[in-house]
Design a binder for this molecule. Structure first.
Ligand code: PEP
Ligand code: MN
Length: 337
């Protein structure tokens, strides 16, 4: 249930409405928009249906949220969410470009890549220290050593760091180093992990599961938000289909679809979406044209020798060229790089 408040509502009235919501066993979530404050009453709302809620002082209208995801929905918050990651905005007019290697392999590889993507205009650095690999024998990531290199790269370049958390037991460790916690496609419905990141205040980059619908993606965002963390960035990274000429099928329709349904920022990962470096640039440009708020792109100084995802990684100079081309597409849709 959504409580749309009057423009001149007072804090005392807001507190009273929240207490009322709690007295029915629901949790109030406040969203302060530019024009209006909205309170979402989250929980089993059947009890609210018989209550005369519109008589509460400060309340203008009470509306049911028809979607199963509430806090993530546009109904709850009509304006687009703009998140701050240190001094970088995600969801605003300027695109958020996240670039870096699939995995942190060693200090030199990471620092070199970080400096090159920074120079090319990236706004955030990515790199996995805990890697979800299909084979248990494949490189699993450097763990905390990798996180330390990421922190050093941030010191040098000023780029905030995005890295994956796979296990709630490593949450405290990853939180101390990362600026954005990535939840990988394979863990999109790991509900314990979602609740864990929901209980912190760090921005979360939630990747769409490879066999998940948009609705399921939004329900996973709801898990995080219902714990109190509203800082969620959604990421389309390709889904499994019958098509086998690419690693995944990049579902770009998900971008405008999610934008209609949700206020959360949406970015696209054309690296995992295609699995092929030469398809990354065209799909990156298409993603921006479709309205994405940013991109996640894998870049490696020597893709042939990469310990993971070399085939989809761009050489730094190719990434720099892509950044130049993106400027034109961004401009055409009223954005900047
Ligand atoms: C990654 O970003 O390196 C990764 C493993 O992505 P995904 O979870 O989308 O497969
Ligand atoms: Mn990867």
């Amino acid at each position: 249930m959504i409580f749309v408040l009057k423009p001149n509502v007072t804090q005392v009235e807001i507190d009273h409405i929240c207490e009322k919501i709690q007295s029915f066993g629901l949790t109030p979530h406040i969203s302060r928009g530019v024009e209006r404050t909205i309170i979402g009453a989250i929980g089993d709302e059947t009890i609210l249906r018989s209550q005369p809620l519109e008589v509460l002082p400060g309340v203008e209208r009470v509306l049911p949220v028809l979607k199963p995801y509430k806090l993530a929905s546009r109904e709850f918050k009509p304006e687009a969410t703009v998140l701050s990651v240190r001094d970088v905005k995600v969801g605003g007019q300027k695109l958020a470009i996240i670039a870096g290697p699939c995995a942190v392999e060693n200090r030199k590889q990471l620092l070199e890549t970080a400096q090159m993507v920074k120079q090319a205009g990236a706004s955030l650095l990515r790199g996995g220290a805990f890697k979800p690999r299909t084979s248990p024998y494949a490189f699993q990531g450097l763990g905390e050593e990798g996180l330390r290199y990421l922190a050093e790269a941030r010191e040098i370049t000023g780029l905030p760091v995005v890295t994956e958390l796979m296990d709630p037991r490593e949450s405290d460790m990853v939180m101390t180093y990362a600026d954005v916690i990535q939840i990988g496609a394979r863990n999109m419905q790991n509900f314990r992990l979602l609740k864990e990141v929901g209980s912190h205040d760090k921005p979360v980059l939630l990747k769409r599961g490879m066999s998940s619908t948009v609705k399921e993606l939004l329900m996973s965002a709801e898990y995080i938000m219902s714990e109190g963390n509203y800082k969620v960035i959604l990421c389309e990274r390709g889904i499994r289909t019958f098509e086998d000429s690419t690693r995944n099928t990049l579902d770009l329709t998900a971008v405008p679809v999610v934008k209609q349904l949700s206020h959360l920022p949406v970015i696209v990962d054309p690296s995992h979406g295609t699995g092929k470096w030469d398809l990354v640039a065209p799909m990156a440009m298409a993603a921006i044209a479709a309205g994405a708020d940013g991109l996640m792109i894998e870049v490696h100084p020597n893709p042939e020798e990469a310990l993971s995802d070399g085939a989809q990684s761009l050489l730094p100079e190719k990434f720099a060229r892509l950044m130049s081309s993106l400027r034109f597409v961004a401009e055409a849709v009223g954005r900047t790089v």
